[in-house]
Write a protein that binds this ligand. Structure first.
Ligand code: S3P
Length: 436
């Protein structure tokens, strides 16, 4: 689409299913007994990577583009993959699947794209090795022709599962991917496995694994799990992804004369920091028809054009909005007064270094954004102009800067629009349907 400020946005939309919940529904369904049926599954490239990895391990998964049917083979029913498991761009696939592979008595090799080959995996190697699995990372330059060991701690890597024993893991990072990997390995371990995080991260694994019949306990920032003889397949309706809704929240708030109703959005409190941030910035948005679907809180979100002001974001709020920081930073650039984002070092190890990607692109549009080691500060109140955006092939940078471009004078051009297919393949179609 042409990215200029000539539109306003009206109407209602349903954003695609939640990425985190879609991944988990495939993984947990694959290791359960019987059928798991998933509706409103996110048909994004990341979740399709998860499907293809389990298909390579012998799981029958039918996907008609709307619902997905997973014929689970039980906790010990995966077969050794005969090819490399291709995780594509997906950190969630890589880290969560490793927790399951740690409990399998075979060896698997995982690899992904250029971005995944840079992302830190020692954070899962460390606890899963303590539990009894073995990891080896390989030199990407010569892989797969010659397998040279490295100490890089990134993909490509191999996992040799073993007889695991439970541990208590004090995680140095608030990461749902680390927590989930350890809890999934805990299903296969002897004794109790628990994880304590510095700050609570998203809890979809705890909620959904309980629904499949696992014994999971949570207290504060600690989650624990007991080894399980079997899990039972479930019917799951995936709520709309609040991380995808975030672009429409920002679009509705920033664009004059706009009103957008976003239907069926998951508002789990471990994910909904974007709502608090938008309210703190003076945004006019309200939650309608709050309800619970498949164990997750859901609401419709009504957004109206607003005059925003700057805010401070940090501490315990960070994991609740970590994926939304690119779009929050865009909102901050259009808001009056300064915004400070701190305690968000994790941004540097996402699909791209998002501290660099956000600040460089905002500055290219005429904002004043200063990077910091753990976040950034944004002056606010500047008039933004169109620019050439370097997305780094990062879906969330592409979508955030599309919204920025729709509110900046002149034309904005992205170097790659196709990366939105990682989490939101219909993003541009959905924007155009609301534009007038
Ligand atoms: C996710 C956890 C978060 C998030 C990612 C999805 C998950 O990553 O950024 O997009 O589904 O568990 P971390 O666990 O690395 O914080």
């Amino acid at each position: 689409m042409q990215i200029t400020d000539k539109y306003s946005f009206h109407g209602e939309l349903s954003v695609p299913g939640d990425k985190s919940i879609s991944h988990r529904s495939i993984m947990f369904g694959a290791i359960s007994e019987g059928l798991t049926v998933v509706s409103n599954f996110l048909q994004g490239a990341d979740c399709l990577s998860t499907i293809s990895c389990f298909q390579k391990m012998g799981i029958n998964i039918e996907n008609n583009g709307k619902a997905v049917r997973i014929h689970g083979n039980g906790l010990h029913g995966l077969s050794a993959p005969t090819a490399v498991l291709d995780v594509g761009n997906s950190g969630t696939t890589t880290r969560l699947i490793s927790g399951i592979l740690a409990g399998q008595l075979f060896e698997s090799v995982l690899d992904g794209d250029e971005s995944i080959r840079k992302r830190p995996m020692k954070r899962i190697f460390t606890p899963l090795t303590q539990m009894g699995a073995e990891f080896e990372s390989w030199n990407p330059a010569s892989f797969p022709h010659s397998m040279q060991k490295t100490d890089l701690g990134c993909a490509p890597f191999s996992v040799r599962g073993g007889h695991l024993h439970g541990i208590h893991y004090q995680s140095p990072v608030a990461s749902a991917q680390v927590k989930s990997a350890v809890l999934l390995a805990g299903l296969y371990a002897e004794g109790t496995t628990s994880v304590t995080e510095p700050v609570l991260s998203r809890n979809h694994t705890e909620l959904m694994l309980s629904g499949f019949g696992a014994t999971v306990h949570t207290a504060g920032t600690t989650a624990s799990i007991e080894p399980e003889p079997k899990l039972q397949g479930q019917n799951i309706h995936v709520p709309g992804d609040i991380s995808s809704a975030a672009y429409f929240i920002a679009l509705g708030l920033l664009t004059p004369h706009s009103e957008i109703l976003i239907k069926n959005v998951g508002i789990n409190p471990t994910r909904s920091g974007i709502l608090k941030a938008a309210w703190d910035m003076g945004g006019n948005l309200s939650l309608l028809d709050e309800r619970t679907v498949s164990g997750e809180p859901v609401a419709d979100i009504l957004v109206r054009s607003s005059s925003l002001h700057g805010t401070v974001i940090g501490g315990e709020m960070i994991p609740t909005l970590i994926d939304e920081i690119p779009i929050i930073a865009v909102m901050a650039a259009f808001a009056e007064g300064p915004t400070v984002i701190r305690d968000a070092q994790e941004l540097k190890v996402k699909e791209s270094d998002r501290i660099a990607a956000i600040t460089e692109n905002l500055n290219a549009m005429g904002a004043l954004a200063t990077p910091a080691d753990d976040g950034m500060s944004i002056e606010g109140g500047k008039t933004l102009h169109g620019a050439q955006i370097k997305t780094q092939k990062d879906h969330r940078i592409a979508m955030a800067f599309t919204v920025a471009g729709l509110n900046a004078s002149g034309e904005t051009v992205l170097d790659d629009e196709s990366c939105v297919s990682i989490s939101y393949p219909t993003f541009y179609k959905d924007i155009l349907a609301l534009a007038d």
